[in-house]
Design a protein around this ligand. Sequence first.
Ligand code: FDA
Length: 304
Amino acid sequence: MIETISKNVFLSISKSKMLNQAARKWGLRFGASHVVAGETIESAMAKVKELNEKGLVCTLDHLGEFVSSREEALEATQYNIRTLEAIHKAGVKSNLSVKLTQLGLDIDFDFCLDNMRQIVGTAKQYNNFVRIDMEDSARCQATLDLLRELRKTYDNVGTVIQAYLYRAEQDVKDLKGVSLRLVKGAYKEPPEVAYQEKAQIDENYMTIIQTHLLSGSYTAIATHDHHIIEKVKQFTKEHGIPKEQFEFQMLYGFRTDMQLQLAKEGYTMRIYVPFGNDWFGYFMRRLAERPQNVAFALKGFFGK
Ligand code: FDA
């Protein structure tokens, strides 16, 4: 009960325009530096290097979402291009994750598509890959439509499917052959479109993981849930699915011991490394997922 209330509070706060705008000026606060790798490309690059040295690969995410002006979306596009250039120049092992609402999806589909063509085209030039994060269910179809358009030209782009959505299994089947990150889902969604019970979400999560793996498609299993990870290890062994066909992913700052252990066992372990001054919404969603995270937020708050 208390968990549901705190989840809803944090999810609502995460969307506050006023707080998101204010937080850009505050700098990283409330313990956010535990889960956000600094505010600049340079600080993010230093973290990626550190993680690479420990045997972990990365995906960098320049924080920001729901932009409402073309100017902001174009600026974000250039920032993502600069991030790809920095990855190439530093020779670090990292691809890029992007959110379409940062790149103008809510303004105009074709405008966003043009921005994405520039980003994915740059990644292609550097032999790199771009993952389109999945946002709330209202944007799911547009995200998949945009991916389909991009894949007419580029093979170095994939997206994310969320197990809490009823449509997830069909989407995974339709995206056979496309590199997918599979997650449980982070947004608050109504019962009309999404499972509400953890047990049902977990069950559907395993279903879509197995479906994508068995179709021979590259699968990124992005979870901190050790039960799921164990099941995936067992399933892939039983079905002779090679370690090259899948990877585990976790967020920067979460379950670091397990990240290192999986890498030691020979699995590809990719860390999602968010950076930038637009950290507030991301940080609030992480607090919503796991109330225990509030402990380090409070420590950060009183420690300032
Ligand atoms: P969940 O939160 O269900 O936890 C299950 C169990 O795992 C817990 O009960 C606990 O036992 C254990 N556990 C979890 N976290 C722990 C911790 N920190 N320490 C100790 N034990 C812990 N979502 C989305 O909608 N769109 C997206 O594009 C993405 N992208 C994405 C990328 C990556 C790399 C990750 C890891 C996640 C996402 N997500 C996402 C978020 C995802 O949808 C989901 O909300 C979170 O990962 C939380 O769910 P989990 O599967 O991690 O476990």
